[in-house]
Design a protein around this ligand. Sequence first.
Ligand SMILES: Cc1ncc(COP(=O)(O)O)c(C=O)c1O
Length: 464
Amino acid sequence: MAKLMIETFPEEKGVNRRKFLKCTGIAAIGGLIGKTLPNAAFASYQHKFDTAVSDDLFWEEIQQHFVIDKDIVYMNIGTTGSMPINVLDSYSEYNYLAAYHPRTFEKELNAGFGLPEQRAALASQFGCNKDEIVLSRNTTDGLDAVIYGMPWFNADEILITHHEHIASLSPLNVIQDRYGVKLTEVEIPSADATQKQEFVQAFAEKITNNTKAILFSHIPYKTGTRLPAKELCTLARENNLVSIVDGAHCAGMIDLDFHDMGCDFYATAGHKWQCGPGSTGLLYLRNQGDNLPPIWNQNSSLYTLISQGKNRGEYDIAASLQYRGQLNIPAQLALLDACNFWEKIGRSKIESYVCALSSYLKKRLNEKFGGQGTFFSADVPELTTGLTTFNPFEDINNASSITALANRLSNQAGYQIRYTNFYLHSSDPRQVYSTRISTHLFHNKNQIDGLVDAMYDICQSIQT
Ligand SMILES: Cc1ncc(COP(=O)(O)O)c(C=O)c1O
């Protein structure tokens, strides 16, 4: 790629671009990666919690690559992430080039039609083939392409959990009203879960002769507990069901391998934990092996050119879904840069660190609140994620105490988190409320200690 020389650059919101450029560059961190972190410690899937949080020097260096306002501690990556400096920089350069050479910038950036090289690079990072991965607009976009693209018939049944997001519930309700598809809720455990098998069992019990697909969030946004995606996809395959996974919170947090997971479809975000630009995401569509689920080219411009008249598996399904009119190529290329940065750090290291911080947070909350309060996210390594949900109050159905806590944490103490509300059990008459705290690679233990102290102090002054 031709390196751009940008003479002038608008200074935005007090951020000085020259300062940016000075500390920018993956190269600068390249020397550190692999040198200070003992790779062997992260080799296994099991999170080595203590090891992961103790390599302070390594993670301090990583943290310097983020521009997040140092006056706040941003802990709501579950809503949206923050681009590292090198990604911000390259995104700006791509945009500049798009304005400078509107006719030729794609060629200059090696962004061939349907982004074949970029898809190939992403495929190698996410355990799949080039013809199985699409750069989408976000998780919602990917879920829409799958749910609206699949053929549905009256009385087909889809199993979903009772903790799904509107991103899937919206298209699912459309196909319910449009075709008469039945949506059946499976009640899943949250903080009380101790084993993967509990989730598998909950789904297995609901399968009927009409069940055609299962759809679940790999990490439900309400509780932050990780579902055993591989085991659930195996259950689906054994029962001849299509598996659709909402992985909004997973790219950039969890080390994903789609072939190993064995899912049919997986939609994830680029703008959340992967810290790419806004309106970026990834969609995986299994295009190898047997029993490929049929899917129409919903929202594509290339049906007649690539797919028409061909059987599933005989064409590059990702290429056919990749092109849908003029796209935001600079954003998509910058997402790949974010992914490449993650690869350099090591996705498994990131997963271990992020989950270790969550585990540390749970430990500190337990200590500070003397065992009082309710967790909604499990503290079992296999079920842990970077999302921690906790209500410190006795009345977990009280909305105002949690909203007051979240607001005051942000306005008075500078910790930006969010709260969620949901039915803990399907039959509960009232919803529970919980704080939801995201721990990511730019956080450290000191920030968690500060958050826990601030939570405790604020809670003392909230009337319940
Ligand atoms: C579980 C889940 N699915 C889907 C979405 C929508 O994500 P996106 O904005 O990438 O479409 C979210 C957003 O927070 C989510 O939490």
